[in-house]
Design a protein around this ligand. Sequence first.
Ligand code: NAD
Ligand code: UDP
Ligand code: UDP
Length: 313
Amino acid sequence: MSDTILVTGGAGFLGSHLCDRLIEHGRDVLCVDNLFTGSKDNIQHLLGCGRFEFMRHDVTFPLYVEVKQIYNLACPASPVHYQHDPVQTTKTSVHGAINMLGLAKRLRARILQASTSEVYGDPSVHPQTEDYWGHVNPIGIRSCYDEGKRCAETLFFDYYRQHRLQIKVLRIFNTYGPRMHPNDGRVVSNFIVQALHGEEITVFGDGQQSRSFCYVDDLVQAMILMMDCGAEITGPINVGNPVEFTMLELAETVLLKVGGRSRIRFMPLPSDDPRQRQPDITKARSLLGWAPTVSLEDGLEPTIAYFRKLLAA
Ligand code: NAD
Ligand code: UDP
Ligand code: UDP
């Protein structure tokens, strides 16, 4: 059987870093992506490597390849992008999961789902533990993403129970780093790009809503640990950095790091925007021996350097 590792969404932000790390580990990687939000620029440096292959493909269509493990990351992740074509977002999560689970079933391959803290919606339990069922609006503007990801989790656990597949479900909390899309509207990239341009920093609402930000290298480490740990560990497991910041604190930190003269501009809060979010990572610590190592201050350095270079090009 092929030893190749399939990464769907491999030309995106997280996926491209995962491909990098797998190639560094000496693995063969098949990167599948329809380039909706991802870019060949993110994997350009890997294209010459004999152990790396790129295939342009939409996971809502069946995929017949021979692989040993599947990391399923394909799905737009920022509110601006997933709300652009919400029907396609749900299709990507749900049909994409069915196809990748069907592939895993045929090959008896292990499969990891990049799920999300969004399955908790606007949480009433804080910090969020994996046994909390969430507080999700099923018909709002975020629902295509939240409910799509929830349904994908359901499919993973039904394939596990019904077909005894080896599944791994990670609930990823806000992650940032180089190769985030400069226009995807996510808060870290928005604030950095605005500060670098000397434009106003757009804080939505009163800026008191909170998020916990994980640096991409830590996150990729957790994904590989999860994939390679014992089959009995199915998850769901939360992964993220539990240090919590308000958006106003984030704006101030970014301004301090970038310098310049940007001012803060308050804008309306989008609907269903969660008030607070912080992972309880007890399970990740005990089952994976994982904890984040990079502080927001440290992780912002290479992220800002990346955007500085990108905007100068
Ligand atoms: P991203 O948008 O950079 O990456 C997603 C990738 O999937 C892109 O390369 C895109 O082109 C591709 N894609 C989208 N639809 C596809 C389809 N139908 N077929 C094939 N490819 C498709 O986002 P990201 O931040 O790298 O997120 C990767 C995964 O991690 C997503 O599943 C996302 O839900 C999950 N996640 C990310 C975060 C985060 O903070 N970055 C948090 C929670 C969960
Ligand atoms: N599938 C795929 N690649 C494979 C095997 C299956 O893309 O190697 C897709 C196919 O579209 C199928 C879906 O996965 O409909 C679910 O497969 P499963 O075997 O669970 O169910 P089926 O629909 O074939 O009964
Ligand atoms: N946000 C903000 N200004 C921006 C972009 C986002 O204040 O320019 C806020 C947004 O309202 C949310 C938080 O930052 O409360 C995180 O938003 P993001 O889209 O990055 O992630 P998510 O809401 O999916 O966690």
